[in-house]
Design a protein. Structure first.
Length: 190
């Protein structure tokens, strides 16, 4: 195994290592309702459960599967998503919305005690790397922030996928491509 794979991972807009202009660009890339949701999750974490269950304001677009977050490529993946998720749907929220979703949001978008861009190479012998796969038309997680992380951490290999959205893991060929890169140390970085 030549490393680890991160597939369109979520970022925290309050990580201090990002330049402010890039953060602003990435933050504004999102739907306004998601900008509001992230502010709640970060600044008022005690209201995260309420925000995810209330009906007065537009909620976070991801759990609502708002069609605006899917690019044309993602839309083609929707049948695959339904098929792959069906066996696990009961497990995803079996502990309730608080333990299954709210805690993840509070931790993910809360204040961190470290900056991920200060992390050291986890492969001390230099024989491994982290492969970060991301579509350049991801409407959930802005690709420009992931690309920046890869420039700050030389052991992260960024694989930008043209025309691809956030749902890249549901592609029939994407999983195989990721496994091949890990097993063979393939360098398909953009």
């Amino acid at each position: 195994l030549a490393g680890a794979a991160l597939i369109a991972p979520v970022i925290n807009y309050w990580w201090p290592g990002f330049p402010s202009n890039l953060l602003k660009e990435g933050y504004n890339w999102q739907l306004v309702q998601d900008q509001w949701a992230l502010r709640i999750f970060h600044y008022l974490p005690c209201l995260t459960y309420w925000w995810n269950t209330q009906t007065w304001f537009p909620g976070c677009s991801v759990p609502l599967a708002d069609p605006r977050i899917f690019n044309p490529w993602d839309t083609q993946m929707l049948p695959n998503i339904s098929t792959m998720r069906k066996p696990y749907m009961g497990q995803a929220r079996q502990q309730g919305i608080y333990n299954s979703i709210v805690r993840d949001l509070v931790v993910g978008f809360g204040t961190w005690d470290f900056d991920p861009m200060d992390l050291e190479n986890p492969f001390s012998d230099g024989n491994g790397s982290v492969h970060l796969w991301h579509g350049d038309d991801d409407r959930i997680v802005p690709h420009m922030l992931q690309r920046y992380i890869a420039t700050k951490l030389p052991w992260v290999h960024y694989h930008g996928l043209q025309g691809v959205g956030h749902m890249l893991i549901y592609s029939d060929y994407m999983s195989e491509m990721i496994i091949r890169a890990l097993l063979h140390g393939a360098n398909n970085s953009n």
